[in-house]
Design a protein. Structure first.
Length: 331
């Protein structure tokens, strides 16, 4: 690899496709009046938990985790559980020969989650689906959104800015790295929508990046995260937990605080090296990218590069810059 190789030059076949997209048509009917959305009420007091998969159509692990929960007939022991396949239209377009092409149909499903956008006049395939799912997202007390990443990198829990998101990440217990971040300049994520993004509300959400898009381990991790999430909110049958969750405790978690999201300003953005994610750059002032005439440099020593993107268009997030917090910050 040359030092000047950009993420745009990385080909999809740099990563083998180890997963097969599940046939989710068996789950289409749902039981909520909205296709591909299932809700199960235990009849016992408790929270309304929601697990969402395939917000992006090429991220197979969430579909596989939801398929597992539905095939195994996982039901909440208290409260209510909603399972939702999100961007089904994009998922239907997944083609192993062009695996990056089905991220969305018309626009990013995970950038439309603001009341202004959802209630506005704009229209797209993704917005129509988001408007159908809005009532379920608003009704949930606790939400898990399952994703995967472009590059092979350590799985990440994106916990948002507020202590409640961090507490949920620690309660779930995996993955090891918890990212405290504000999201993206070009739109609101589902995990930040409404009460989830309001520090005055007890409602909490978590977005988990389970690994590289098509790695077999991403599906294993998504299923484990979903089960640990349900176990944390005391909704998982203990027999299922014993059968499917590792007996050993997961490793201690660490927090990375994002201080800056680098938003692309031109059509001539290039990374200085072939970054794949979670690299720690030792020295402040190190140039990590060029955005036309602007040099993007690390603002402090030991800067962590979080999820560098291969989608290098103007207005997109190229990379997030962060730093590890002391271990006692996770207590």
């Amino acid at each position: 690899m040359t030092a000047r190789r950009s993420a745009r030059a990385i080909k999809p076949d740099d990563y083998p496709i180890e997963l097969s997209a599940p046939d989710i048509t068996r789950h289409r009917a749902g039981n909520t009046r909205v296709d591909y959305v299932w809700s199960f009420n235990s009849g016992q007091p408790g929270p309304h938990a929601m697990i969402v998969g395939i917000v992006h159509g090429n991220e197979l692990c969430g579909a596989l985790a939801l398929d597992f929960l539905l095939r195994e007939r996982v039901r909440p022991t208290r409260g209510k559980l909603t399972l939702a396949f999100a961007n089904v239209a994009a998922f239907r377009r997944f083609d192993p020969a062009r695996p990056t092409a089905s991220r969305f149909v018309e626009e990013d499903f995970n950038r439309v989650w603001s009341p202004t956008v959802l209630s506005g006049a704009r229209d797209s395939v993704e917005l129509r689906r988001a408007r159908l799912l809005r009532e379920f997202v608003e009704a949930a007390d606790v939400l898990l959104d399952l994703h995967s990443m472009q590059h092979v990198s350590a799985p990440l829990a994106l916990a948002g800015l507020h202590p409640k998101g961090r507490a949920l990440a620690f309660g779930v217990g995996v993955p090891e790295v918890v990212v405290v971040d504000a999201g993206h300049a070009n739109g609101t994520r589902m995990r930040d929508f409404g009460d989830f993004g309001d520090p005055r509300s007890d409602k909490a959400s978590l977005l988990v990046e389970c690994g590289q898009h098509w790695a077999g381990t991403s599906a294993e991790r998504a299923t484990e995260v979903a089960l640990r999430f349900l176990n944390h909110v005391d909704m998982l049958d203990p027999a299922l937990a014993a059968a499917h969750l590792p007996a050993a405790a997961p490793p201690p978690q660490r927090i990375v605080e994002v201080t800056e999201a680098v938003t692309i300003e031109s059509e001539d953005f290039r990374f200085a090296q072939d970054y794949r994610g979670m690299e720690v750059v030792p020295r402040a002032g190190t140039v990590v990218a060029h955005d036309s005439g602007r040099a993007v440099a690390t603002p402090y020593d030991d800067c962590v590069l979080i999820m560098p993107s291969r989608r290098l268009g103007r207005g997109q997030t190229a990379v997030r810059l962060g730093r590890y917090l002391p271990d006692d910050a996770a207590q």
